[in-house]
Design a protein around this ligand. Structure first.
Ligand SMILES: [Zn+2]
Length: 496
């Protein structure tokens, strides 16, 4: 059963956005980062901010949002009244666990902005990533291919040269394209820059939001655009201003320790952390989500005030979750349990009625879905369009198996979710586990377990074997990175 959670009323939301735009809702800058949401607004330029402020209170009404006709009035998400395709705005909040968000049942007020967006969107309650770390997951998001097929499965690899990315397809269809990523595995050189007219990387979330606002403002208003914003705003190291710790409290104060510079399993797995300290890290994680929600409020508020939001397909999602020792580990990337694989996924688009979809769904379906919404053909993809589910919900089509895999730092595992169960095969340790996701969603005790030789046979075995039958063993592409990027990957806990 889902826990109750707070929602902002529409009126409260509009007032909050107006206050943000007017600079009346200052947030404390993060350590090492002097910019907050209000500063992000400034980057869009004084005239843009002023115009946004003037329109904020009425932005939810297309007729009052601006002089241009709003595409929101169209029945068809593929085109607006002028026959123009909508913009595509893809927001990937790296490392964001589904269960820590209000609209997925979290009791803490971590996500007022995202909760409001979710109430206007199709929300996928059981969305899964294709992997538990950044590079293979994002490559699936952009290619419609599973990691075994796009090839970016190991550190310092990238998708095969012949893999067509969403951005390239949109650019060929006439879209202006701009990306602002947080770097790391999404730095230039890992293949994500393909098709982008502009590609920036900014580690600090505030700078990323500011750059995204500037990119949005620079687009030619006569042509549709694709804006991709990726952030490490909730990723460790969990340096969050105390204000946000208090906002999501109560807090594990007694276990407070200095987490500066500590990240992932390169640090936390090697420390003898007490239960209280793990709870403290988990609290900081929630606080980081609350801060990121504030940053996003400035970006979404700006797009809404300009009338862009109602002319856009907006997707908010993540690439994987984060572990807090639920199954013995900290960080992410080496296991495929729910806390690592389950992600938020919401789609807000002109003509789409808000609804919840509970059938398991994969991030590999995202690119085929966007292209289907836009009436652009998707060729050679393994993902399947979610447009029937967007329009009709669970009854739209038959459930499909959802696959995932990871290879990171010596670990190698595969997973399939189907028919209320998850099969996880740990290839390194020769361990197989099957979980009942209905009765045991947190995966506390496997229904069946054993080695590959001893575990009882399951119908999921055949699904997994068929999926990986054409698996290429090792990817060929090797990416060279600068020492600066390497240092960033170390700081994010990926490289020792
Ligand atoms: Zn990630």
């Amino acid at each position: 059963m889902r826990a109750p959670f707070p929602r902002l009323s529409r009126a409260t939301f509009v007032v909050a956005i107006a206050a943000l735009i007017a600079g009346g809702c200052q947030t404390e800058p993060a350590p090492g980062e002097s910019d907050g949401p209000a500063a992000a607004m400034d980057a869009a330029g004084a005239s843009g901010a002023a115009a946004a402020g003037g329109e904020a209170a009425t932005a939810s009404s297309p007729a009052l949002a601006g002089s241009e006709p709003a595409a929101g009035a169209s029945e068809d998400p593929g085109v607006d009244r002028a026959g123009r395709r909508p913009n595509v705005i893809l927001i990937s909040i790296d490392d964001l666990r589904r269960d820590r968000l209000g609209f997925y049942g979290a009791e803490r007020a971590t996500s007022p902005l995202l909760d409001q967006l979710a109430s206007e969107s199709v929300v996928f309650d059981n969305a899964y990533s294709t992997s538990s770390w950044t590079l293979p997951s994002h490559a699936s998001m952009f290619s419609g291919l599973h990691p075994k097929s796009h090839g970016a499965t190991l550190q310092f690899t990238k998708p095969r040269a012949d893999v067509r990315m969403l951005t390239e397809i949109l650019r060929d269809a006439g879209y202006q394209t701009a990306a602002v990523t947080a770097g790391g595995w999404l730095s230039e050189g890992f293949g994500f820059e393909k098709g982008f007219d502009a590609f920036e990387s900014h580690l600090a979330p505030g700078r990323g939001v500011r750059a995204s606002l500037a990119q949005a403002k620079a687009f030619d208003p006569e042509r549709p655009y694709f804006l991709f914003f990726h952030t490490f705003g909730v990723h460790c190291p969990f340096n969050v201003p105390p204000k946000y710790e208090k906002m999501v409290g109560p807090h594990a104060e007694a276990a407070r320790f200095d987490v500066k510079g500590m990240c992932g399993d390169t640090h936390f797995m090697k420390m003898d952390l007490s239960d209280g300290q793990i709870a403290y890290l988990s609290d900081l994680y929630d606080a980081g989500i609350r801060r990121m929600d504030d940053f996003l409020a400035s970006l979404i508020g700006f797009l809404k005030a300009r009338g862009d939001l109602d002319r856009s397909i907006l997707v908010v999602t993540s690439d994987h979750g984060e572990e807090f020792r639920e199954h013995g580990r900290m960080g992410h990337g080496r296991a495929l349990y729910a806390e690592s694989l389950r992600i938020p996924l919401l789609v807000r688009a002109p003509g789409l009625e808000p609804r919840r979809v509970s059938v398991p769904t994969s991030i590999v379906d995202l690119t085929p879905t966007l292209l289907d919404l836009l009436g652009i053909e998707a060729e050679g993809m393994e993902g399947t369009s979610l447009v029937p589910r967007l329009r009709e919900g669970d009854a739209a089509d038959a459930p499909r198996p959802v696959f995932a895999e990871t290879t990171l730092r010596g670990e190698k595992a595969r997973s399939v979710v189907f028919d209320g169960r998850q099969l996880i095969v740990d290839l390194k340790n020769d361990r197989i586990e099957t979980y009942d996701l209905v009765d045991d969603p947190e995966q506390r005790a496997p229904l069946a377990e054993g080695t590959r030789a001893s575990a009882p046979a399951s119908p999921l075995d055949d699904l997994l074997a068929a999926h990986f039958a054409d698996h290429a063993e090792e990817p060929e592409a090797v990416v060279e990175v600068t020492e600066e990027r390497l240092e960033q990957l170390r700081a994010l806990g990926y490289v020792e």
